[in-house]
Design a protein around this ligand. Structure first.
Ligand SMILES: Cc1cc2nc3c(=O)[nH]c(=O)nc-3n(C[C@H](O)[C@H](O)[C@H](O)COP(=O)(O)OP(=O)(O)OC[C@H]3O[C@@H](n4cnc5c(N)ncnc54)[C@H](O)[C@@H]3O)c2cc1C
Length: 377
């Protein structure tokens, strides 16, 4: 299992800065295979949980290289932030995805796509590269970005499977599974993000950028049927960054394992709790192990900083403990964790006040720091 604490994340970042960052823009599109990932950072499982904060990633890179040289890498880090903001201002996209997914899963058994679906998720389609990636994903919890694009394209256009089931297969297995990046990237490939624009994987492109690792010649779909496009209206997000000081309880959630002593100071009067907000029961073993180890490591770090954390096992335990008090948690963003938080908020008579601090506070801080360091170059 890949280590899940801050020090390992930091050492991966340092290694990438030393060996991969300089040539990132030229090399990033090549998937050299699982044994050779030095051309990309592999930091996504850490960034997703904020074990490594975007601010730290970017400022560390800018200490060594100037902006022009590493602009592409910085852009990629901000893609994640962009997708998150896009989904926040169109929450219906997540709701529709979950509704469609639930219907598809309910109807899957005995349906005419069941066989093809089973072949795809068990690496038995006969398409050599696709089966390789399907196996790599379930065994390692990671796929290179280009392979994610090819995989999604083949899933949708060659195998004719519903994109929602593919996004769910990724969500189950990716260590970096993120509601925004994952759902929106799958929508983008299938042509639902930008009207009339799909991503069609081409054989020559796969050959070149996977360094001719696959022997079989495959015929992939050259045409596609456009899916019904639905426009989602932009709605402004209103984050009040509610109450901040002297809060009774601070609830840690798995999307915000932020290793920052200054954050601890803000909550020095609060009692720390942890509750697993991810109400999604299908995570792969490797993903579950990584997630629980990441939480454990974070709780240990808090202990080293003299903060005891009470691990809460279910809603009732949380309700009876927090009853009548105020509880604050870092905003987890649209996704399963936020759905769970909304469910808890609805149980108002038991937990009277749940507040969230929005990560914009951190992102704002990050932008500030980045622009400051750019000005100094
Ligand atoms: C179909 C599909 C599904 C995806 N699902 C996810 C997901 O669930 N979670 C996720 O974090 N990324 C997802 N991505 C984006 C991207 O593939 C991964 O972030 C990237 O491959 C992670 O590897 P890395 O850390 O080595 O990336 P690097 O190339 O080293 O990039 C550095 C960081 O920038 C961010 N980043 C890079 N590319 C993207 C991108 N296209 N979109 C958003 N952020 C990006 C990540 O945080 C990444 O760690 C998906 C892409 C596709 C095409």
């Amino acid at each position: 299992m890949i280590p899940s604490n801050y020090l390992s994340a930091k050492s991966r970042l340092d290694e990438f800065i030393e060996y991969g960052l300089k040539d990132y823009s030229k090399q990033r599109n090549f998937d050299n295979g699982p044994e050779n990932r030095s051309n990309v950072s592999c930091l996504s499982p850490y960034i997703k949980r904020r074990i490594l904060h975007e601010r730290e990633v970017i400022t560390s890179c800018l200490k060594i290289y100037n902006f022009q040289l590493i602009e592409k890498f910085i852009q990629e880090v901000f893609w994640r932030t962009y997708w998150k903001g896009w989904l926040e201002s169109r929450p219906e996209v997540w709701k529709d995805y979950i509704d469609n997914l639930n219907t598809l899963k309910k109807d899957l058994n005995g349906s005419n796509i069941e066989k093809d679906y089973e072949k795809a998720v068990n690496s038995r389609t006969g398409i050599e590269c696709f089966d390789f990636w399907s196996n790599e994903l379930t065994k390692t919890g990671y796929l290179h970005n280009h392979s994610r694009m090819w995989f999604a394209s083949i899933w949708i256009f060659t195998l004719n499977l519903p994109w929602e089931l593919g996004a769910d297969f990724f969500y189950k297995n990716l260590l970096d599974a993120d509601a925004a990046s994952n759902t929106l990237s799958w929508r983008w490939v299938s042509g639902l993000h930008t009207k009339d624009k799909v991503y069609l994987a081409r054989e020559e492109n796969i050959e070149k950028f996977s360094k001719f690792r696959f022997k079989d010649k495959q015929t992939l779909a050259k045409r596609y049927k456009t899916k019904e496009y639905k426009f989602y209206e932009y709605s402004e997000c209103s984050f009040s960054n509610e109450k901040f000081d002297n809060i009774d309880y601070y609830l840690i959630n798995q999307n915000n394992l932020i290793y920052d002593e200054s954050l601890l100071k803000k909550f020095e009067k609060s009692k720390f709790l942890y509750l697993n907000l991810l109400q999604y029961s299908e995570n792969s073993k490797i993903k579950q192990d990584f997630e629980s180890s990441a939480v454990k490591e974070y709780i240990n770090w808090l202990k080293e900083n003299k903060i005891e954390v009470k691990v809460i096992n279910n809603d009732d335990e949380l309700n009876s403990l927090v009853n009548g008090s105020e509880l604050l948690t870092a905003y987890p963003s649209i996704g399963y964790e936020k759905d769970k938080l909304s469910e808890l908020k609805k149980k108002k008579k038991l937990i009277s006040n749940i507040f969230t601090i929005h990560m914009i506070y951190y992102v704002g801080h990050m932008l500030n720091q980045v622009s400051l360091s750019l000005k100094t170059k």
